[in-house]
Design a protein around this ligand. Structure first.
Ligand SMILES: Nc1ncnc2c1ncn2[C@@H]1O[C@H](COP(=O)(O)OP(=O)(O)OP(=O)(O)O)[C@@H](O)[C@H]1O
Ligand SMILES: [Mg+2]
Length: 250
């Protein structure tokens, strides 16, 4: 569904991604783990079009193209996301729940959720998805009119994920969903990630909590200073002594 092919991203002359290649297949949970400053957020922001790659390509599988139609702007049947602005990437079904939550502090919970669905015209579908978000996060339903900025950290995290889901994404990019949460909430968030995936949404999960991320994921990639240094089935990475030493604190 998603493919990064040797992506290079810079901040001015700082070379943050040095040829990152990875794939996410439809229906998978794929996790990207790595230490502070490895380039995890940069990778997600490059996919979502918040940052632009200086070299390489980001492809999204094009499921809308009918047989016989002209090809997309990438390889056969793929769309080149790296040539599109962020709002176009979002419209194609790539939704990001950003690091540090980034909810609209002065808007209510209800308004924040509505912002996630702003590009949609299917009012019935939006209502249905709102109910699904409330099933995942009953707490949000109790706080509909409360300003986002006054929610607790955990509640803001729920709102950020809920808002991302309101666009009915094909693929959800989650940046550190467990950051700053109490242990009990961390377990809950990973359970919810499983549920979202079971509802048919493909997930690319960025986490510093490598243990929990690898337990929930199908496959994983390890990022070190802008390079993918290891990848494989999540179970194999969990059992890998290098990963255990560097990322699991074992
Ligand atoms: N706006 C920026 N300007 C300059 N350098 C930046 C900027 N944002 C990130 N960087 C640098 O790019 C590198 C990758 O940062 P990134 O935020 O992608 O790391 P990360 O893996 O998400 O880390 P963390 O786990 O701390 O969130 C770091 O060296 C960082 O200092
Ligand atoms: Mg980050």
């Amino acid at each position: 569904m998603l493919k990064l092919d040797s992506v290079h991203t810079y901040y001015g002359h700082i070379h943050a991604l040095k040829g990152v290649s990875l794939t996410v297949n439809e229906g998978e949970i794929v996790t990207l783990i790595g230490s502070n400053g490895a380039g995890k957020t940069t990778t997600l922001n490059t996919i979502s079009g918040v940052l632009s790659a200086r070299a390489g390509a980001v492809y999204l599988q094009d499921t809308t193209r009918k047989a016989g139609e002209q090809h997309g702007n990438g390889r056969d049947g793929d769309i080149r996301l790296d040539q599109l602005p962020a709002h176009e990437v979002a419209r194609l079904g790539v939704s990001q729940s950003p690091e540090g939550r980034k909810i609209f502090a002065r808007l209510s919970v209800q308004e924040n959720l509505a912002m996630g669905a702003f590009a949609r015209t299917d009012a019935d579908g939006v209502r249905l998805d709102l109910e699904r978000v409330f099933e995942l996060f009953p707490r949000l339903k109790e706080r509909l009119s409360q300003p986002g900025g006054t929610l607790s950290g955990g509640e803001q995290q729920m709102l950020a994920i809920g808002r991302a889901l309101m666009s009915r994404p094909r693929i959800l990019l989650l940046d550190e969903p467990s950051m700053g949460l109490a242990p009990i909430l961390v377990q809950q968030i990973f359970q919810i990630i499983r549920e979202i995936n079971a509802q048919g949404i493909t997930i690319l999960l960025v986490e510093q909590n490598a243990q929990a991320a690898l337990q929930v994921a199908d496959r994983g990639y390890v990022l070190e200073t802008g390079n993918i240094v290891l990848s494989g089935a999540a179970g194999d990475l969990l059992a890998n002594p290098q990963v255990a030493e560097a990322y699991l604190g074992i």
